[in-house]
Design a protein around this ligand. Structure first.
Ligand SMILES: [Zn+2]
Length: 317
């Protein structure tokens, strides 16, 4: 049966009706409201519109933040305060008549890549998304790793550097602060200050500089931009190496905006994993780009919605 996947971001809500094969049939979008009751209204409306006249009976809402999936509750979402502690499941079930589950957005995206994308051929997948922050999800033997409270798989706040820069979570040197899109931007500003006459130096001095420009400049051969991506790739590899040792994945899929840098960031990461992770795990793990792009969260949420009755035993397909 078709199911609804909802991706709730800091600025927009996207709800999609998805077939079991991963085809998006219908989509509804709303801006993310900053007031709790309006947010529930727009979520219910988006789900209703995406469902249209389909006989779907399940929806999964994927939210950025720390979740207690068992209680279907978002306990901490720095970019989406209005959603914290809302009775999402009971309210949305009452308003839509569907069975509703709640999932962390990176876990949903990991599940999307596992069912439909870069991990569809394997049973053990590590998914890392490099956006403004770093999200992640782990699939082991075909099951989404959630831990005892559903808060597991939070790869982005693993400490990589004990005395590193301060992360948004309050800790220092998290994976997120060392290897995210924001980390690229921070390094780019530092490199630009060192080499103001480089292309990167000029770009940073111009108005409206964003981290995405670093990839464009690196592709054109700008040396400081290449170094910024290489350094970020090294930290990415340091983070992944630990996870490769722990989880022994077949595929490590890298998604999110910063993954657009491709091999400029993935090659140094692969090298670092090879140097730091143990054999045979390091020899097996294939580090490659995710394939679903920004739709991974919605598609994965829809696939998870179909498993709504079995929170504990989630099987693929
Ligand atoms: Zn952190």
């Amino acid at each position: 049966m078709n199911a609804i996947g909802v991706d709730v971001g800091g600025t927009k809500i996207a709800a999609g009706l998805v077939t079991p094969g991963g085809k998006l049939l219908n989509e509804a979008r709303y801006p993310t409201a900053s007031e709790p009751s309006e947010l529930l209204d727009s979520l219910a409306r988006a789900i209703g519109e995406a469902a249209a006249n389909d006989d779907t009976d399940a929806a999964c809402v994927a939210v950025a933040g720390l979740l207690m999936a068992k209680e279907s509750k978002v306990v901490f979402s720095p970019n989406l305060r209005a959603i914290e502690d809302l009775p999402l499941k009971s309210e949305l079930e009452r308003r839509t008549g569907l069975t509703v589950t709640v999932e962390n957005d990176a876990n949903a995206a990991a599940w999307g890549e596992f069912v439909f994308g870069a991990g569809s051929e394997v049973e053990n997948l590590l998914f890392v998304t490099l956006g403004t922050g770093v999200g992640g999800g782990v699939i082991l033997d075909g099951n989404l790793l959630r831990g005892s409270q559903g808060a597991g798989g939070e790869l982005g706040h693993t400490t990589l550097h004990a005395t590193g820069p301060r992360c948004g979570c309050g800790n220092r040197g998290c994976f997120e602060i060392m290897a995210s899109g924001l980390a690229i931007e921070r390094r780019a500003r530092r490199a630009a200050a060192d080499k103001p006459d480089s292309e990167l130096g000029k770009a940073v001095a111009a108005k409206g500089f964003s981290g995405e420009e670093v990839t464009e400049l690196a592709r054109k051969g700008d040396a400081p931009s290449i170094s910024v991506l290489r350094e970020t790739g090294v930290w990415l590899g340091i983070g992944i190496a630990g996870f490769v040792n722990v989880f022994n994945p077949e595929v490590v899929a890298i998604g999110g905006g910063a993954a657009a840098a491709g091999d400029l960031i993935l090659e140094p990461a692969r090298r670092e994993v090879y140097l730091r992770a143990r054999s045979p795990s390091r020899d097996l793990a294939e580090i490659k780009p995710a394939t679903l792009g920004e739709k991974s969260g919605m598609l994965g949420a829809a696939a998870l919605a179909r498993n709504a009755s079995g929170w504990i035993a989630l099987e693929a397909g």
